[in-house]
Design a protein around this ligand. Structure first.
Ligand code: PM9
Length: 461
């Protein structure tokens, strides 16, 4: 008798409704990208075939979530959906006090204003664009304490999101623990390619920060994906459920900012969670200035209900296995075509190494921005630059030159099929074949903040 075959990662859901997509011709796409200043953020979504710009707010909600939307209690104060959300966060993540916000950066703004004083240093396991900007606007300076392997697309380290404790210790020695209000720990580090932190490393960071009276704030935007990699790769966690691992991760931290538009499967929403009463009290007061009353924080009651249900669905083992399985399928396909991607394959997308893909372009010719535009022209697949444009400028005006110059093929949750993954890989391959003839870009408009969203470019001759 032959051995049984292990079931593949097939989706634990079926389709009940579909959204029709517009197909475009190459001349139409050439015109559209030129008009968009070669910035995929400035394309009209109806000119896009497969949209891999982001996994943020692009998930397909379940029938349970849509049913929950009908149960929205739109009272200005004390909506029952807020209490449902508060309960879900306490149950699945274990944080004590909760403030809803319109999305992740709303929580980052309030947290930074509450915890950071001018001149403070905020260590983190790699920067994220909005997170670092809010830290800087509050008078702080971000310091990268991620392990060196995270900056190397070729490194196969299983936990590239880990903190280098020596880097952290050097900061504490240099500035003193009093100047470090918290360490920001992201689960499944976005800018590193969706790479996880291990429980072992997180426990070490907890022990060290506790000794020095420093808080850990958890950017838990993709915590369930991180938990999946722990389950697959970390000794002792093979038999634990995603739900248990997520809860354990949160237990080593003092609070969290969450963009619920990713792991938590909603189209809008976020929250700030904190265990310390005094910090919570101040945050609860500030939220009324920037977001709305502390029981809705910029959201409708129905949004909070969908989030409460999404949180529960996001920690389901079958869901997360299919989620990451689809990304691994695309990553293997790209690797078979010889396309250089960040290794190991991450949790929310495939990150193509534009420096290796277009080695004839200097970083000042924007290789990742160029590649994202070329992929769109080839097939109508929309991706996103994660390199020098995203990195922006230092407060003194100099450009950051990040080691990683990547194009992110971000996969929305529960949206596309395996055949879509095939088309995406084929398009990347078509562009790869003619890569030597591709010319770079020149920036012709640069906004002051988060320039990658609105910058405009022109083709170099
Ligand atoms: N991330 C993303 O596409 C959306 C905006 S930037 C293109 O990856 C982390 C780790 C994020 C994140 C957003 C935010 C901010 C915080 N932390 O977008 O404000 O990946 O909900 O969250 C985006 P909001």
């Amino acid at each position: 008798m032959k051995q049984p075959i292990k079931h593949s990662w097939a989706e634990p859901y079926k389709m009940k409704m579909v959204e029709l997509l517009k197909m475009t011709s190459r001349p139409q796409r050439l015109k559209a990208i030129k008009e968009a200043g070669y910035n995929t953020f400035l394309l009209k979504s109806e000119d896009v075939y497969i949209d891999l710009l982001t996994d943020s707010g692009t998930s397909a909600m379940s029938d349970r979530q849509w049913a929950g939307m009908m149960m929205g209690d739109e009272a200005y104060a004390g909506s029952r959906n807020f209490f449902r959300l508060e309960k879900a966060i306490q149950k699945f993540y274990g944080y004590k006090y909760i403030i809803p916000t319109h999305q992740g950066r709303g929580a980052e703004n309030i947290l930074s204003k509450v915890l950071i004083k001018k001149g403070d240093i905020v260590p983190g396991n790699m920067y994220f664009t909005t997170t670092r900007l809010h830290q800087e606007l509050a008078g702080g300076t971000f310091a990268d304490v991620i392990i060196d392997e995270a900056h190397d697309p070729e490194s196969e380290h299983p936990f590239k999101g880990n903190v280098d404790l020596q880097k952290l210790e050097a900061l504490v020695k240099k500035h003193g623990a009093k100047r470090i209000p918290y360490v920001c720990i992201a689960t499944n580090v976005n800018m590193a390619g969706g790479q996880p932190i291990s429980i072992k490393n997180l426990k070490e960071v907890r022990a060290y920060t506790k000794k020095h009276g420093i808080k850990i704030i958890h950017d838990m935007t993709r915590v369930a994906e991180n938990a999946y990699f722990i389950q697959q790769r970390e000794k002792g966690y093979e038999k634990k459920s995603i739900r248990e691992i997520v809860f354990e991760i949160c237990s080593y931290t003092d609070g969290a900012t969450m963009s619920a538009k990713k792991d938590a499967l909603v189209n809008i929403g976020g929250f700030l969670a904190i265990n310390d009463w005094d910090a919570f009290e101040e945050a609860r007061n500030l939220v009324v200035v920037y977001e709305g009353l502390h029981t809705y924080g910029g959201l409708a009651g129905r949004d909070m209900e969908a989030m409460a249900i999404g949180i529960e669905e996001s920690v389901n083992d079958n869901h997360i296995r299919a989620r990451v399985g689809q990304i691994e399928y695309l990553g293997h396909k790209m690797t078979e075509f010889g396309i250089p991607i960040v290794k190991p394959i991450g949790g929310h997308g495939i990150f193509v190494d534009a420096k290796q893909f277009l080695p004839h372009l200097s970083q000042d010719e924007y290789p990742a921005q160029t590649l994202a535009a070329e992929i769109y022209i080839d097939s109508g697949v929309r991706t996103m630059e994660r390199g020098i444009v995203s990195a922006g400028r230092k407060p003194n005006g100099e450009n950051y030159y990040p080691k990683l110059e990547l194009v992110r093929f971000t996969i929305p949750r529960r949206v596309y099929t395996q055949a879509h993954m095939d088309v995406i890989a084929e398009s990347a391959y078509n562009v790869f074949r003619k890569r030597k003839s591709i010319k770079g870009l020149k920036m012709i408009y640069e906004p002051k903040y988060l320039r990658f969203f609105q910058a405009k470019f022109e083709k170099l001759k």
